[in-house]
Design a binder for this molecule. Sequence first.
Ligand code: ATP
Length: 231
Amino acid sequence: MTLLTVENLSKSYDGKPAVKQVSFQFQPQKCVALIGPNGAGKTTILRTLSGLLKPTSGIVTFNNMNANDDLRKHIGYLPQYPVFYPWMTGSEFLVYVGKLAHLSKEEAMARSEELLSLVGLTEAKNRRIGKYSGGMKQRLGIAQAIIHRPRLLMLDEPVSSLDPIGRREVLTLMEELKKEMTILFSTHILSDADEVSDELLLLHQGKIVEKGSMDELRKKYQTAKIELSFQ
Ligand code: ATP
């Protein structure tokens, strides 16, 4: 079964193409890495799939349903630079986000507790977000993105700005989450993609130039030291 199909997706800004005729499919419970250098079009693809940007052309189909407002109910999105309210506690923030997602106060409180436990922030739930480490903020951001129980979670550069501890925490959480949902995340670091993804989409100048598992790509290039690092 296919969860999401993207056909010939293109996006231009003021007539200048940023994403060009991109096509791919996702199976459920997979983790897919969108990898490419700065400016390759990763954020544009994620923002377009999440419904924040309108594609210039192309079709996005979720479970055989054409892209429309309902698509957003199935998708969670964490932007590269999420906005938090530093004076709120983690718990207050998730209850607030839950209410924005139309949960009742009781539902939002219960969901907040559930998510704080899932992302390992129960002990820090009454601490102000301004005191959280980068990794903790990123895990809170992931909790926020899945508050409405989406089937597809999209994360824009979730670990790129983190120190090694934060990076490990977030990658471990992604490993857990991919048992329950499909994850699409962007990165410019090949080792991050290698560690957690089942499949890679290599993006260069707005086009997908390779796709497949790391093993498939390694075989194709016939070397373990595959020359795909964009750093
Ligand atoms: P980065 O890792 O630097 O965010 P990226 O792979 O996510 O890179 P995008 O941010 O999608 O790439 O940008 C793709 C291209 O589109 C770049 O040339 C960028 O300058 C351009 N671009 C992105 N956003 C806009 C915008 N709002 N207006 C005009 N051009 C834009």
